[in-house]
Design a protein. Structure first.
Length: 166
């Protein structure tokens, strides 16, 4: 059983697609053959993202997405029972809604497409993928395995319209 917790920080208007995120995340995890576990997705603004980035990475600026893979190991009896039932806590994804809009303009795509790209990106990080220092550049084919897989998954999901603007 896969559990997905989707949250948004206070003072941000809830986007119309907000309630569709859990289903999309579960679909991506299923494609990656991850059927058990838990993941958290938090939508925030640039100010909140800058705070998180400063606190955990010592970088004093905002970014589009941060993924924090869980470092917890089942040491305690209740934690072992939880993991036996639900699976491992994979980690947390933070997405800046401000940067999502900027990215969509840069990549010349809809905000929904960029939202899906960012979610897939974060999920891949939580599943152990890394892209080192390579980042997507508009119009340039990525070299690393993670970014290639990200774009492949994105293309597979786009026609299905799992996340829709209503």
């Amino acid at each position: 059983m896969m559990r997905v917790n989707v949250n948004i920080i206070e003072n941000i208007k809830i986007p119309i697609w907000f309630n569709q995120i859990e289903k999309f995340v579960k679909q991506v995890l299923k494609k990656l053959k991850k059927y058990r576990g838990e993941i958290s997705v938090v939508f925030c603004d640039d100010e909140y993202m800058k705070t998180v980035n400063k606190q955990y990475r010592n970088i004093d600026e905002s970014t589009d997405i941060l993924s924090f893979e869980s470092q917890m190991e089942a040491k305690f009896f209740l934690q072992k029972i939880y993991e036996a039932i639900y699976g491992k806590y994979l980690g947390d994804i933070f997405i800046s809604l401000n940067m999502l809009k900027i990215n969509a303009k840069y990549f010349e795509v809809s905000e929904i497409e960029e939202l899906q790209r960012l979610l897939i990106h974060g999920i891949l990080h939580l599943c152990g993928y890394d892209h080192e220092d390579e980042h997507l550049v508009n119009g340039v084919e990525p070299n690393c395995e993670m970014l290639k897989l990200q774009e492949k998954l994105l293309k597979e999901f786009l026609p299905k319209k799992i996340i829709k603007e209503k």
